[in-house]
Design a binder for this molecule. Sequence first.
Ligand code: ADP
Ligand code: MG
Length: 339
Amino acid sequence: MADIIQLLPDHVANQIAAGEVVQRPASVVKELLENAIDARATIIKLVVKDGGRTLIQVIDNGTGMSHTDARFCFERHATSKITSADDLFQINTKGFRGEALASIAAIAHVELNTREGQAELGTAIKIEGGTVASQEFTAVPEGTSISVKHLFFNIPARRNFLKSQQVELRHITDEFHRVALAHPDIEFHFFHNGSELFHLPPASLKKRIVGIFGGKTKEKLVPVEEETEVVKLHGFICKPEYAKKSRGEQYFFVNNRYIKSPYLHHAVVSAFEGLLRADTHPGYFLYLEVDPSSIDVNIHPTKTEIKFDDEHTIYAILRSAIKHSLGQFNIAPVLDFDQ
Ligand code: ADP
Ligand code: MG
Protein backbone atom coordinates (compact mmCIF):
# COMPACT_ATOMS: atom_id res chain seq x y z
CA MET A 1 0.00 0.00 0.00
CA ALA A 2 1.19 3.49 -0.78
CA ASP A 3 1.64 5.98 2.05
CA ILE A 4 -1.18 8.45 1.92
CA ILE A 5 -0.74 10.69 4.98
CA GLN A 6 0.45 14.26 4.40
CA LEU A 7 1.06 17.23 6.63
CA LEU A 8 -1.46 19.96 5.90
CA PRO A 9 0.03 23.19 4.54
CA ASP A 10 0.07 26.04 7.10
CA HIS A 11 -2.68 28.03 5.46
CA VAL A 12 -5.02 25.04 5.60
CA ALA A 13 -4.15 24.31 9.24
CA ASN A 14 -4.74 27.96 10.09
CA GLN A 15 -8.08 27.97 8.37
CA ILE A 16 -9.13 24.90 10.34
CA ALA A 17 -8.02 26.49 13.63
CA ALA A 18 -9.90 29.64 12.65
CA GLY A 19 -13.10 27.62 12.60
CA GLU A 20 -12.74 27.16 16.34
CA VAL A 21 -11.33 30.53 17.32
CA VAL A 22 -13.36 32.80 15.05
CA GLN A 23 -17.04 32.00 15.12
CA ARG A 24 -18.23 35.49 14.25
CA PRO A 25 -17.02 39.11 14.24
CA ALA A 26 -17.35 39.28 18.04
CA SER A 27 -14.65 36.59 18.35
CA VAL A 28 -12.23 38.81 16.44
CA VAL A 29 -13.11 41.73 18.69
CA LYS A 30 -12.39 39.65 21.77
CA GLU A 31 -9.00 38.45 20.50
CA LEU A 32 -7.86 41.91 19.40
CA LEU A 33 -8.98 43.62 22.60
CA GLU A 34 -7.24 40.97 24.66
CA ASN A 35 -4.02 41.41 22.70
CA ALA A 36 -4.16 45.15 23.36
CA ILE A 37 -4.57 44.50 27.07
CA ASP A 38 -1.72 42.00 27.10
CA ALA A 39 0.39 44.72 25.44
CA ARG A 40 -0.33 46.86 28.54
CA ALA A 41 -2.32 49.48 26.67
CA THR A 42 -3.98 52.17 28.79
CA ILE A 43 -6.21 53.50 25.98
CA ILE A 44 -7.95 51.15 23.56
CA LYS A 45 -10.14 52.15 20.65
CA LEU A 46 -12.51 49.73 18.91
CA VAL A 47 -13.82 50.74 15.50
CA VAL A 48 -16.44 48.58 13.81
CA LYS A 49 -18.35 48.90 10.55
CA ASP A 50 -21.47 47.01 9.47
CA GLY A 51 -21.57 44.77 12.51
CA GLY A 52 -17.97 43.74 11.85
CA ARG A 53 -18.58 42.43 8.34
CA THR A 54 -16.49 45.06 6.61
CA LEU A 55 -14.21 46.35 9.37
CA ILE A 56 -13.04 45.54 12.87
CA GLN A 57 -10.17 47.70 14.01
CA VAL A 58 -8.48 47.89 17.40
CA ILE A 59 -6.02 50.67 18.11
CA ASP A 60 -3.94 50.59 21.27
CA ASN A 61 -1.16 52.57 22.90
CA GLY A 62 0.57 49.44 24.17
CA THR A 63 4.12 48.15 23.71
CA GLY A 64 3.97 47.77 19.93
CA MET A 65 6.00 45.17 18.03
CA SER A 66 9.39 45.08 16.36
CA HIS A 67 9.63 44.83 12.57
CA THR A 68 10.35 41.09 12.81
CA ASP A 69 7.65 40.36 15.37
CA ALA A 70 5.13 42.27 13.27
CA ARG A 71 5.57 39.58 10.64
CA PHE A 72 6.08 36.70 13.03
CA CYS A 73 2.91 37.30 15.07
CA PHE A 74 0.85 35.88 12.20
CA GLU A 75 2.57 32.49 12.38
CA ARG A 76 0.68 29.70 14.06
CA HIS A 77 1.75 29.03 17.68
CA ALA A 78 3.82 32.23 17.68
CA THR A 79 3.47 33.90 21.06
CA SER A 80 5.50 36.10 23.37
CA LYS A 81 3.41 35.08 26.36
CA ILE A 82 4.58 31.59 27.29
CA THR A 83 7.71 29.62 26.51
CA SER A 84 7.10 26.24 28.11
CA ALA A 85 4.28 23.90 29.13
CA ASP A 86 4.93 24.77 32.77
CA ASP A 87 3.92 28.34 31.99
CA LEU A 88 0.41 27.10 31.24
CA PHE A 89 -0.16 26.95 34.96
CA GLN A 90 1.12 30.45 35.65
CA ILE A 91 -0.88 32.39 33.10
CA ASN A 92 -1.06 36.11 33.75
CA THR A 93 -2.02 37.15 30.24
CA LYS A 94 -5.23 36.80 28.26
CA GLY A 95 -3.52 35.06 25.39
CA PHE A 96 -1.00 32.22 25.32
CA ARG A 97 -2.04 29.95 22.46
CA GLY A 98 -0.46 32.02 19.71
CA GLU A 99 -3.36 31.17 17.46
CA ALA A 100 -5.59 34.20 17.14
CA LEU A 101 -3.70 36.33 14.62
CA ALA A 102 -2.74 33.34 12.45
CA SER A 103 -6.38 32.24 12.42
CA ILE A 104 -7.76 35.70 11.70
CA ALA A 105 -5.23 36.31 8.92
CA ALA A 106 -6.28 33.02 7.29
CA ILE A 107 -9.89 34.14 6.85
CA ALA A 108 -9.76 37.93 6.47
CA HIS A 109 -7.66 40.75 5.09
CA VAL A 110 -5.51 42.17 7.84
CA GLU A 111 -3.57 45.41 8.11
CA LEU A 112 -1.19 45.88 10.99
CA ASN A 113 0.54 49.11 11.95
CA THR A 114 2.81 48.95 14.94
CA ARG A 115 5.65 50.80 16.59
CA GLU A 116 7.62 50.21 19.76
CA GLY A 117 8.19 53.24 21.96
CA GLN A 118 11.93 53.55 21.36
CA ALA A 119 11.75 52.93 17.59
CA GLU A 120 11.76 55.86 15.22
CA LEU A 121 9.84 54.09 12.50
CA GLY A 122 7.16 51.49 12.87
CA THR A 123 5.96 48.76 10.56
CA ALA A 124 2.97 48.45 8.25
CA ILE A 125 1.99 45.00 7.02
CA LYS A 126 -0.84 43.81 4.84
CA ILE A 127 -1.89 40.17 4.83
CA GLU A 128 -4.24 38.83 2.22
CA GLY A 129 -5.31 35.22 1.93
CA GLY A 130 -2.85 34.25 4.65
CA THR A 131 0.19 35.62 2.81
CA VAL A 132 2.06 38.88 3.24
CA ALA A 133 1.00 41.31 0.51
CA SER A 134 3.32 44.10 1.69
CA GLN A 135 5.57 45.04 4.59
CA GLU A 136 7.32 48.38 5.01
CA PHE A 137 8.86 50.71 7.56
CA THR A 138 6.62 53.67 8.15
CA ALA A 139 5.82 56.52 10.55
CA VAL A 140 2.97 55.39 12.80
CA PRO A 141 1.93 56.23 16.37
CA GLU A 142 3.41 54.23 19.25
CA GLY A 143 1.37 51.10 19.91
CA THR A 144 -0.56 48.90 17.55
CA SER A 145 -3.47 49.17 15.17
CA ILE A 146 -4.93 46.03 13.62
CA SER A 147 -7.67 46.23 10.99
CA VAL A 148 -9.57 43.13 10.00
CA LYS A 149 -11.51 43.53 6.77
CA HIS A 150 -13.81 41.27 4.78
CA LEU A 151 -14.08 38.59 7.41
CA PHE A 152 -14.70 35.09 6.00
CA PHE A 153 -13.94 36.36 2.47
CA ASN A 154 -12.77 32.85 1.58
CA ILE A 155 -15.36 30.89 3.59
CA PRO A 156 -18.74 31.56 1.95
CA ALA A 157 -20.55 29.19 4.31
CA ARG A 158 -19.41 31.20 7.33
CA ARG A 159 -20.12 34.50 5.64
CA ASN A 160 -23.65 33.43 4.83
CA PHE A 161 -24.12 32.26 8.37
CA LEU A 162 -23.51 35.78 9.69
CA LYS A 163 -26.62 37.32 11.16
CA SER A 164 -27.95 40.84 10.62
CA GLN A 165 -25.80 43.84 11.43
CA GLN A 166 -27.81 44.40 14.65
CA VAL A 167 -27.33 40.84 15.87
CA GLU A 168 -23.60 40.82 15.15
CA LEU A 169 -23.27 44.25 16.77
CA ARG A 170 -25.02 42.91 19.85
CA HIS A 171 -22.52 40.05 20.11
CA ILE A 172 -19.66 42.51 19.65
CA THR A 173 -21.12 44.80 22.30
CA ASP A 174 -21.41 41.86 24.71
CA GLU A 175 -17.72 41.08 24.17
CA PHE A 176 -16.83 44.73 24.59
CA HIS A 177 -18.75 44.87 27.88
CA ARG A 178 -16.93 41.84 29.22
CA VAL A 179 -13.51 43.23 28.41
CA ALA A 180 -14.36 46.72 29.65
CA LEU A 181 -15.74 45.30 32.90
CA ALA A 182 -12.64 43.17 33.40
CA HIS A 183 -10.45 46.29 33.13
CA PRO A 184 -12.06 49.40 34.62
CA ASP A 185 -8.60 51.00 34.84
CA ILE A 186 -8.25 51.04 31.03
CA GLU A 187 -9.88 53.73 28.88
CA PHE A 188 -12.07 52.41 26.06
CA HIS A 189 -13.70 53.95 23.01
CA PHE A 190 -16.11 52.04 20.83
CA PHE A 191 -17.30 53.37 17.46
CA HIS A 192 -19.83 51.74 15.17
CA ASN A 193 -20.45 53.12 11.66
CA GLY A 194 -18.83 56.38 12.68
CA SER A 195 -20.74 57.08 15.89
CA GLU A 196 -19.26 56.64 19.33
CA LEU A 197 -21.32 54.09 21.26
CA PHE A 198 -19.13 54.14 24.35
CA HIS A 199 -16.44 56.28 25.82
CA LEU A 200 -15.34 54.80 29.11
CA PRO A 201 -12.66 56.72 30.99
CA PRO A 202 -10.54 54.89 33.59
CA ALA A 203 -12.77 54.43 36.63
CA SER A 204 -13.62 52.48 39.76
CA LEU A 205 -15.51 49.27 39.13
CA LYS A 206 -18.78 50.85 40.21
CA LYS A 207 -18.32 53.79 37.85
CA ARG A 208 -17.39 51.43 35.03
CA ILE A 209 -20.57 49.40 35.56
CA VAL A 210 -22.62 52.59 35.58
CA GLY A 211 -20.73 53.87 32.51
CA ILE A 212 -21.81 50.76 30.61
CA PHE A 213 -25.29 50.07 31.90
CA GLY A 214 -26.47 53.59 32.73
CA GLY A 215 -27.03 55.79 35.78
CA LYS A 216 -29.95 53.79 37.15
CA THR A 217 -27.68 50.80 37.75
CA LYS A 218 -26.06 52.61 40.65
CA GLU A 219 -28.96 52.12 43.04
CA LYS A 220 -29.17 48.41 42.20
CA LEU A 221 -25.69 47.45 43.33
CA VAL A 222 -24.75 45.83 46.61
CA PRO A 223 -21.05 45.25 47.23
CA VAL A 224 -19.64 41.79 47.88
CA GLU A 225 -16.28 41.26 49.44
CA GLU A 226 -14.46 38.27 50.92
CA GLU A 227 -10.91 37.13 51.30
CA THR A 228 -9.77 33.62 52.15
CA GLU A 229 -6.67 31.58 51.42
CA VAL A 230 -8.27 30.02 48.37
CA VAL A 231 -9.94 33.00 46.76
CA LYS A 232 -10.20 36.74 46.95
CA LEU A 233 -13.63 37.95 45.94
CA HIS A 234 -14.99 41.39 45.20
CA GLY A 235 -17.69 42.97 43.10
CA PHE A 236 -21.40 43.65 43.21
CA ILE A 237 -24.68 41.83 43.14
CA CYS A 238 -27.91 43.52 42.09
CA LYS A 239 -30.65 43.84 44.68
CA PRO A 240 -33.23 41.07 44.37
CA GLU A 241 -36.06 43.41 43.40
CA TYR A 242 -34.13 44.28 40.23
CA ALA A 243 -33.86 40.66 39.13
CA LYS A 244 -35.03 40.31 35.54
CA LYS A 245 -37.10 37.87 33.55
CA SER A 246 -34.30 37.66 31.03
CA ARG A 247 -30.84 36.62 32.06
CA GLY A 248 -29.18 39.96 31.90
CA GLU A 249 -26.09 41.18 33.57
CA GLN A 250 -24.36 38.13 34.97
CA TYR A 251 -20.61 38.29 34.98
CA PHE A 252 -17.88 36.19 36.54
CA PHE A 253 -14.27 37.18 36.15
CA VAL A 254 -11.45 34.97 37.30
CA ASN A 255 -8.10 36.72 37.43
CA ASN A 256 -9.65 39.43 35.24
CA ARG A 257 -10.79 36.95 32.61
CA TYR A 258 -14.50 36.73 31.85
CA ILE A 259 -15.70 33.17 32.31
CA LYS A 260 -18.91 31.20 32.14
CA SER A 261 -19.61 28.83 34.97
CA PRO A 262 -22.99 27.18 35.46
CA TYR A 263 -21.67 25.77 38.72
CA LEU A 264 -20.70 29.12 40.25
CA HIS A 265 -23.85 30.67 38.82
CA HIS A 266 -25.74 28.12 40.85
CA ALA A 267 -23.88 29.25 43.97
CA VAL A 268 -25.06 32.81 43.38
CA VAL A 269 -28.64 31.88 42.64
CA SER A 270 -28.84 29.64 45.67
CA ALA A 271 -27.64 32.52 47.87
CA PHE A 272 -30.63 34.52 46.61
CA GLU A 273 -32.98 31.72 47.62
CA GLY A 274 -36.33 32.98 48.86
CA LEU A 275 -35.62 36.55 47.74
CA LEU A 276 -36.44 36.34 44.04
CA ARG A 277 -39.78 36.44 42.32
CA ALA A 278 -40.48 33.34 40.26
CA ASP A 279 -38.62 33.12 36.95
CA THR A 280 -36.39 36.10 37.59
CA HIS A 281 -32.61 36.12 37.41
CA PRO A 282 -30.31 38.16 39.63
CA GLY A 283 -27.63 40.40 38.15
CA TYR A 284 -24.05 40.15 39.35
CA PHE A 285 -20.54 41.38 38.66
CA LEU A 286 -18.22 39.09 40.59
CA TYR A 287 -14.45 39.10 40.48
CA LEU A 288 -12.51 36.14 41.81
CA GLU A 289 -8.78 36.15 42.24
CA VAL A 290 -7.11 32.79 42.66
CA ASP A 291 -3.59 31.43 42.42
CA PRO A 292 -3.06 30.92 38.64
CA SER A 293 -1.60 27.49 39.39
CA SER A 294 -4.93 26.42 40.89
CA ILE A 295 -6.85 26.82 37.63
CA ASP A 296 -6.61 25.46 34.11
CA VAL A 297 -7.59 27.98 31.45
CA ASN A 298 -6.54 25.75 28.60
CA ILE A 299 -9.66 23.64 28.28
CA HIS A 300 -11.37 25.57 25.51
CA PRO A 301 -9.99 27.60 22.56
CA THR A 302 -11.95 30.71 23.53
CA LYS A 303 -10.90 30.32 27.19
CA THR A 304 -14.32 31.21 28.55
CA GLU A 305 -14.40 27.99 30.53
CA ILE A 306 -11.84 27.19 33.16
CA LYS A 307 -11.22 24.38 35.59
CA PHE A 308 -10.67 25.06 39.27
CA ASP A 309 -8.71 22.70 41.51
CA ASP A 310 -11.05 23.40 44.37
CA GLU A 311 -14.41 24.22 42.90
CA HIS A 312 -16.45 23.14 45.92
CA THR A 313 -14.68 25.47 48.31
CA ILE A 314 -15.08 28.39 45.93
CA TYR A 315 -18.76 27.58 45.59
CA ALA A 316 -19.22 27.64 49.35
CA ILE A 317 -17.26 30.87 49.84
CA LEU A 318 -19.13 32.61 47.05
CA ARG A 319 -22.50 31.55 48.36
CA SER A 320 -21.82 32.61 51.90
CA ALA A 321 -20.29 35.97 50.89
CA ILE A 322 -23.37 36.79 48.84
CA LYS A 323 -25.73 35.72 51.58
CA HIS A 324 -23.82 37.97 53.93
CA SER A 325 -24.12 40.96 51.58
CA LEU A 326 -27.81 40.32 51.02
CA GLY A 327 -28.33 40.04 54.77
CA GLN A 328 -26.68 43.38 55.35
CA PHE A 329 -28.78 44.91 52.65
CA ASN A 330 -32.01 43.49 54.08
CA ILE A 331 -31.25 44.82 57.51
CA ALA A 332 -30.25 48.25 56.36
CA PRO A 333 -31.73 48.85 52.93
CA VAL A 334 -31.29 52.63 53.06
CA LEU A 335 -27.56 52.62 53.81
CA ASP A 336 -25.45 54.14 51.09
CA PHE A 337 -22.91 51.60 49.93
CA ASP A 338 -20.99 54.08 47.84
CA GLN A 339 -17.36 53.01 47.47
P1 ADP B 1 -1.34 35.11 21.83
O1 ADP B 1 -2.11 36.33 22.26
O2 ADP B 1 -1.97 33.85 22.31
O3 ADP B 1 0.12 35.19 22.15
P2 ADP B 1 -1.93 36.06 19.15
O4 ADP B 1 -1.99 35.35 17.85
O5 ADP B 1 -3.17 36.75 19.63
O6 ADP B 1 -1.45 35.00 20.23
O7 ADP B 1 -0.76 37.13 19.11
C1 ADP B 1 0.56 36.69 18.79
C2 ADP B 1 1.60 37.61 19.37
O8 ADP B 1 1.55 38.88 18.69
C3 ADP B 1 1.41 37.96 20.83
O9 ADP B 1 1.99 36.98 21.68
C4 ADP B 1 2.13 39.31 20.95
O10 ADP B 1 3.50 39.15 21.14
C5 ADP B 1 1.90 39.93 19.57
N1 ADP B 1 0.78 40.90 19.58
C6 ADP B 1 -0.47 40.68 19.15
N2 ADP B 1 -1.23 41.79 19.29
C7 ADP B 1 -0.45 42.74 19.83
C8 ADP B 1 -0.64 44.12 20.22
N3 ADP B 1 -1.83 44.71 20.11
N4 ADP B 1 0.43 44.78 20.73
C9 ADP B 1 1.63 44.18 20.86
N5 ADP B 1 1.88 42.89 20.51
C10 ADP B 1 0.87 42.17 20.00
MG1 MG C 1 -3.99 36.85 21.62
